[in-house]
Design a protein around this ligand. Structure first.
Ligand code: MN3
Length: 206
């Protein structure tokens, strides 16, 4: 790929209100995500071809120890999915196959929900909490620091929540668990999670 591009938000800035304010979304998308795209493009300048897809660029940056490129490409990938992992009037019922897989791996939706919130709340400092699929199809919770994501762990991200302070501080101040509860209960786009689930473990052409 030649350059990163900032995707449009898939909804209006105020679409997730009152769970995520227009002010948060505008700063998060227009300033933070845009900076990852712009700085990622600067980091790509003058490098040999780093891969045909964003996933390949993230993995090649990681393998080659190019931390500047990895941080920005990783965060570009994380945020591109993050906007789609939320929707107005989100949360609620899960598509059947996904609900069954969550019950098989976590015993119940409620224990998945508790594990996901605890994972995000206990990530020390900036990072992400994820629902991932392993190569054997089993689901689990993963937490990662800073720009890191399931790609570098050989796992497939089904759902991720940004727990950097810029994602919640305007709306929740220091109450990260309240933000995670609102994310799971009122913002998750389960249809997008199910779409990734149905695709199965991610295969990346380097
Ligand atoms: Mn962010």
């Amino acid at each position: 790929m030649s350059a990163f591009e900032l995707p449009e938000l898939p909804y209006a800035y105020d679409a997730l209100d009152p769970y995520m304010s227009a002010e948060t979304l505008e700063y998060h998308h227009d300033k933070h995500h845009k900076a990852y795209v712009d700085n990622g493009n600067k980091a790509l300048e003058g490098l040999v071809h780093m891969g045909d897809t964003l996933e390949a660029v993230v993995l090649n940056a990681h393998k080659s120890g190019n931390q500047g490129l990895f941080n920005n490409a990783g965060q570009h990938w994380n945020h591109t999915h993050f906007w789609n992992w939320m929707k107005p009037n989100g949360g609620g019922a899960l598509p059947g196959n996904l609900e069954k897989a969550i019950q098989d791996s976590f015993e119940s939706y409620d224990s998945f929900r508790v594990d996901f919130i605890q994972g995000g709340a206990s990530q020390f400092g900036s990072g992400w909490v994820w629902l991932v699929m392993n190569s054997d199809g089993k689901l689990e919770i993963l937490k990662t620091a800073n720009a890191d994501n399931p790609l570098t762990h050989g796992k497939t991200a089904l759902l991720g929540c940004d727990v950097w302070e810029h994602s919640y501080y305007i709306d929740y101040r220091n109450a990260r668990p309240k933000y995670l509860e609102a994310f799971i209960d009122h913002m998750v786009n389960w249809d997008y999670v199910a779409e990734l689930f149905e695709k199965g473990p991610l295969k990346i052409a380097a």
